[in-house]
Each structure stands twice: as structure tokens, then as C-alpha cells.
Design a protein around this ligand. Structure first.
Ligand SMILES: *[C@@H]1O[C@H](CO)[C@@H](O)[C@H](O)[C@H]1NC(C)=O
Ligand SMILES: *[C@@H]1O[C@H](CO)[C@@H](O)[C@H](O)[C@H]1NC(C)=O
Ligand SMILES: *[C@@H]1O[C@H](CO)[C@@H](O)[C@H](O)[C@H]1NC(C)=O
Ligand SMILES: *[C@@H]1O[C@H](CO)[C@@H](O)[C@H](O)[C@H]1NC(C)=O
Ligand SMILES: *[C@@H]1O[C@H](CO)[C@@H](O)[C@H](O)[C@H]1NC(C)=O
Ligand SMILES: *[C@@H]1O[C@H](CO)[C@@H](O)[C@H](O)[C@H]1NC(C)=O
Ligand SMILES: *[C@@H]1O[C@H](CO)[C@@H](O)[C@H](O)[C@H]1NC(C)=O
Ligand SMILES: *[C@@H]1O[C@H](CO)[C@@H](O)[C@H](O)[C@H]1NC(C)=O
Ligand SMILES: *[C@@H]1O[C@H](CO)[C@@H](O)[C@H](O)[C@H]1NC(C)=O
Length: 397
């Protein structure tokens, strides 16, 4: 049932790709993705380089990001990072926006800007939003006829270009990126882990040397996509590589370190009610995301407790299941990232381990490796991983 649905989705991806080639709309190289009123929304990313005196909260406010956790997650800042965190000028951030279908093209509409004294549409487009958009696009989206007439206090929708269409070969999250001098298609692609050929074709660039400073490229950032059961609220959860998202009423943190492998573990802050009751797999001592291995005569028995989504309703019932498999060799057990110390006495968790990722601005110094605590399972820990805290979740409740 789920498989069949998956195949239909893939088929639609192919159809959508065939129908929706990104086109430049003639305005300064800005791309557009066609869509129809039945197209669903998605989360896209836009680029932002911190100016002087900026903080995470100011960036969230500027872009209409209502949940600071989604800004933390998109940039792989740990969950204990305060919103007041001062950014250094030049810090690069990926800001999540909601990408919708408006007037037949993809645009974000989650950013509302309130005009202040001294603003002009070109200052707003060029300086405030760093050329992610043109003043003509702001004018069009807000029905502004005379571009020289804007009122202090007026609220403007800032419709960033964005995309939702999956690529045929891999899940992606689109990042709008204004080209800067010194950039090349190769550099931009490498920086975000995108395929150069995809960046060229999506943006309608025939000759890579034709890159225009100031044009906004759509960069398909590789992503991890969940295939949870269809009944789950977050069944198709999509997380861009190098970040995480919180789901299941923030009880679960789904991390995308190496696309397309999504890894879901309990959110550090979830070790309190009401999450606690639902974080173990049924009839198992294993917690979501936990893996145990045990060498056997035929290879290695691997048991994992997998997060499979959550059901709508007040209790946010989490779906999970134990999966057993036999491997030739014991796999490397990924470290669980707990960046907030768990309450003492409940979960004897290791200290934080760094989350590797392209934009890892997070994790501070690698946590000291801690000795594995006694456990019924034997763990296979390669020595090169010893700088990471091995997964040693011995949970005896
Ligand atoms: C996006 O779509 C989802 C599901 O259709 C809906 O719940 C959500 O409100 C939409 N978000 C926005 C900002 O339109
Ligand atoms: C940043 O803050 C400092 C100290 O509060 C102030 O002197 C400076 O003018 C501010 N710079 C900008 C660009 O706002
Ligand atoms: C964004 O656009 C969608 C589709 O037109 C609409 O349903 C939604 O209410 C809009 N959201 C905002 C915040 O304007
Ligand atoms: C939609 O298109 C119409 C006609 O081109 C235009 O008048 C209107 O401002 C557009 N609306 C938005 C939200 O872009
Ligand atoms: C682009 O990549 C080249 C070669 O990898 C490197 O030498 C150069 O510094 C990069 N430029 C930028 C702006 O990242
Ligand atoms: C691409 O553009 C550069 C610079 O304009 C030119 O030298 C080169 O011949 C072009 N390559 C192709 C394949 O057209
Ligand atoms: C858990 O155990 C109970 C009682 O033994 C059983 O009825 C139930 O089906 C089990 N649940 C799962 C998911 O195995
Ligand atoms: C998985 O393996 C464990 C340990 O060998 C066993 O107790 C459990 O019943 C197995 N579960 C399933 C779903 O096969
Ligand atoms: C979380 O990030 C902040 C800011 O980078 C850092 O100071 C702090 O040590 C980190 N906390 C943990 C537990 O890694």
C-alpha cells in the first residue's frame, strides 16, 4: 500500500518535471517555477548574510519565521541556542519560508515587511532583502502602481522566488541564492551539495560562464525525505541536508546529515512529559532512533527502533516499530545528538556529540568520548569514530 503510493508519487515527480521547467522571467535572471492552484505548498530556503548587529531573532522577524526552531534546524544550530544569539557580520544563514502557488507561479508568502522611514522599494529589495527579489516583484505582489509611493507602516508581502518540484533522482529543498561576484556555478553547487547539471538546467543557464552577478539562482539542496505511513501527519517530511526539523509536537528531531538517509531521534527537550510515554517502541526497551547490534554466527543481528510518524489528534500518538535485520557486519552505530543534558536519573545519556554537516555552526568542541556503559548488546565502534560520543543508550527505566 505504502509502496504503491510511493510509486505513484515518483510517477508524479516525473510528470511534474516534464511539465515544469524553471524559466527565467526576464527580470534580472530571476527564476520562476510554474504551478497550479491545486499545487500544495512546501518549505523552501532563502539565503541571508548577516549584517552588523544582527541576531537570530532579528532574522526570524525579518523573514516572518514564526518558530525559531525551524531557523535553528535549517542551519544546524543546536536547540539550546538562544534566539538572542549575536551573529557576526557575514554569517551565512538559510532561512525557511513557505512556498506557495500564487498567480500560477511559485512564490513565498510567509514574509511580511512593515515599511519604516527612509525605505524605498529598491532599498527593501536590494538592501533589506539583499537582492533576493526585485522591487518590481514586490510592487506586483502588492498591487503597487506607483513604485515611488509607499507609506510608513504599510505592510508588504515579500514574495521570494521559490520552488517545490522534486527532482527525478533525489529529494531536494530549494534554496534561493543571489549570485555574488567571485561566485561560479561550480562553487555554488559545491557549497550546497547540489549537482552542477541540475543548477544549470533548473536555472536555464546554457553556458556556465554566463553567470550574472545579482541574479537569483535556485539551488536544489539534497534532502532526506521520510516515507512514513500515509496516515501520519508528517508522512513526507523533507529535511535539507545539513539540518534538522522537529516533528511530532517537537518530541522528535529528524536529522539529515547525509542525504537521503533521514534519522529521527527524541528531541533533547522531550525528556519530560508528555513525550516521555511515547518515545519507546512498543513492547521494547528501545527508544526511537536507538540501534543495538549483536554479532552472531551468520553475521550481525541489528535491532532498531524506528520513528514512523505521528497521528493527528490531541495526544500526538507516535508511530514506531522495531525492525530486526541481519547484516554481514555490524554497522557503525550513529551517535545520537543530545545537545541538552537530559534530566539526571531518567536518561543516562552521553554528553553532546557534534553533528557533522556543511553548515555546522553548531556543536562547539567535540564532546569527550565516554566509556560505553554496560549494556546487553555489544556495540561496534570503530576507533575513528571515537571522537564522537558512541551511541550508548542504556535505558533502564
Ligand atoms: C501549507 O499547507 C498545509 C497543508 O495543506 C497547511 O496546513 C498549511 O497551513 C499551509 N501553510 C501556509 C503558510 O499556507
Ligand atoms: C551596531 O551596534 C553598535 C553598538 O550598539 C553601534 O555603535 C553601531 O552603530 C551599530 N551598527 C549598525 C550598523 O547598526
Ligand atoms: C499564502 O498563499 C496561500 C495560497 O494562495 C494562501 O492559502 C495562504 O493563506 C497565504 N498565506 C499568507 C500568510 O498570506
Ligand atoms: C496576480 O496577477 C494579476 C494580473 O497580472 C496582478 O494584478 C496581481 O497583482 C497579481 N497578484 C499577485 C499576488 O502577484
Ligand atoms: C571557487 O572554487 C575554486 C576551486 O575550487 C576556489 O579556488 C575558489 O576560491 C572558490 N571561490 C569561491 C568564491 O568560493
Ligand atoms: C561560454 O562563454 C564563454 C565566455 O563568454 C566563452 O568563451 C565560451 O566559448 C562559451 N562556451 C560555450 C560552450 O559556448
Ligand atoms: C505488545 O504486547 C502486547 C501484549 O503482549 C500485545 O497484545 C501487542 O500486540 C504487542 N504490540 C506489538 C506492537 O507488538
Ligand atoms: C527482534 O529481535 C529481538 C532480539 O533478538 C526479539 O526479542 C524481538 O522479538 C524481535 N522483534 C521482531 C519484531 O522480530
Ligand atoms: C549549542 O550552541 C551554542 C552556540 O553555538 C554553544 O555555545 C553551546 O555550547 C552548544 N551547546 C551544546 C550542548 O552543544
Amino acid at each position: 500500500m505504502c509502496k504503491l503510493a510511493g510509486q505513484m508519487v515518483s510517477w508524479w515527480i516525473v510528470v511534474a518535471m516534464a511539465m515544469a521547467v524553471f524559466k527565467h522571467d526576464g527580470v534580472d535572471g530571476v527564476f520562476t517555477e510554474p504551478c497550479s492552484s491545486t499545487s500544495s505548498n512546501c518549505t523552501a530556503l532563502v539565503s541571508y548574510t548577516a549584517p552588523a548587529n544582527s541576531t537570530l531573532a532579528k532574522v526570524a522577524d525579518l523573514f516572518g519565521v514564526s518558530d525559531i526552531d525551524s531557523l535553528l534546524g535549517a542551519n544546524d544550530f543546536n536547540l539550546s541556542t538562544p534566539a538572542t544569539l549575536a551573529l557576526s557580520p557575514g554569517d551565512f544563514l538559510k532561512v525557511p519560508v513557505t512556498c506557495n502557488c500564487i498567480n500560477g507561479t511559485r512564490q513565498s508568502n510567509s514574509t511580511i515587511y512593515e515599511v519604516v522611514a527612509g525605505d524605498t522599494l529598491s532599498v527593501i529589495a536590494g538592501t533589506t532583502y539583499q537582492d533576493l527579489i526585485t522591487y518590481q516583484q514586490i510592487a506586483a505582489a502588492n498591487g503597487i502602481v506607483d513604485v515611488n509611493k509607499i507609506q510608513i507602516g504599510e505592510s508588504l508581502v515579500i514574495p521570494f522566488p521559490c520552488g517545490c518540484n522534486p527532482l527525478p533522482d533525489q529529494p531536494v529543498v530549494y534554496l534561493a541564492y543571489p549570485v555574488q561576484s567571485g561566485d561560479s556555478i561550480a562553487n555554488i553547487s559545491a557549497d550546497f551539495g547540489a549537482q552542477m547539471a541540475d543548477v544549470l538546467s533548473l536555472n536555464g543557464i546554457v553556458n556556465a560562464s554566463d553567470l550574472q552577478v545579482g541574479s537569483v539562482l535556485e539551488v536544489p539542496v539534497p534532502a532526506c525525505q521520510a516515507s512514513f505511513s500515509q496516515s501520519s501527519v508528517d508522512s513526507g517530511l523533507l529535511v535539507a541536508e545539513g539540518g534538522y526539523e522537529l516533528t511530532a509536537a517537537k518530541c522528535v528531531q529528524c536529522i539529515c546529515t547525509d542525504a537521503p538517509q533521514l534519522r529521527c531521534i527524541p528531541t533533547p527537550t522531550s525528556f519530560s512529559n508528555p513525550c516521555l510515554a511515547t518515545l519507546n517502541c512498543a513492547n521494547s526497551s528501545l527508544t526511537i532512533g536507538e540501534i543495538t547490534t549483536s554479532p552472531s554466527s551468520t553475521g550481525c543481528d541489528v535491532t532498531s527502533c524506528n520513528y514512523e510518524g505521528y497521528l493527528p489528534g490531541n495526544d500526538n500518538a507516535i508511530i514506531s516499530q522495531v525492525v530486526n535485520s541481519t547484516e554481514n557486519q555490524c554497522p557503525v552505530i550513529p551517535s545520537l545528538t543530545y545537545d541538552i543534558p537530559a534530566p539526571i536519573g531518567k536518561y543516562p545519556l552521553p554528553p553532546a556529540a557534534p553533528t557533522p554537516g556543511p553548515t555546522s555552526s553548531t556543536s562547539g568542541a567535540p564532546a569527550p568520548a565516554s566509556a560505553p556503559s554496560p549494556s546487553s548488546a555489544s556495540f561496534c565502534i570503530p576507533s575513528l569514530m571515537s571522537f564522537l560520543v558512541p551511541l550508548v543508550l542504556a535505558i533502564y527505566l
